[in-house]
Design a protein around this ligand. Sequence first.
Ligand code: CUA
Length: 169
Amino acid sequence: MQMHIDKYERAWIVAVTIILAVFFASLVAGAVIYGVRPTQPDGFINPLMLDESEFANPGVRHMGGNQYEAIVMAQAWQFLTGEVEDGVPVIRVPAGAEVTFRMTTRDVIHGFMIEDTHVNMEVIPGHIGSARETFEEPGEYYFLCTQYCGRNHQGMWGKVVVEETVIET
Ligand code: CUA
């Protein structure tokens, strides 16, 4: 007995095969030609050893010139930034500062996104994530958790306060 395939069905089989082949080829081309790789963490850290790491003491450090480092710990359900103002975690830097955010999480996956910047990352247990941003304009930039992390996920936010001060070098 001969199997009957409707001509439309045949057309879709061909189309889907071609589409999948094109997708797969673009994946391979991206990896081989353009060297596209999944984002890599800056480093690894044992979540049980955080109290003996830089994350035990979150806060902003001046690294010289206009370079600043913000050590931030995410945990359910707050960001520890080393400074709290009116109950809100604050990362305070002078205008013109190039800030490297170094982050990890004590518990589940969180996100860290700062409005009006390119900073938008996943904060993954055991990983140290980093992102760099230069803040030229004085003002307040809200940041928030972008991964649903439980009951008070919406309470995970804070702000980068960029002050109109001269950077001491
Ligand atoms: Cu932390 Cu959502």
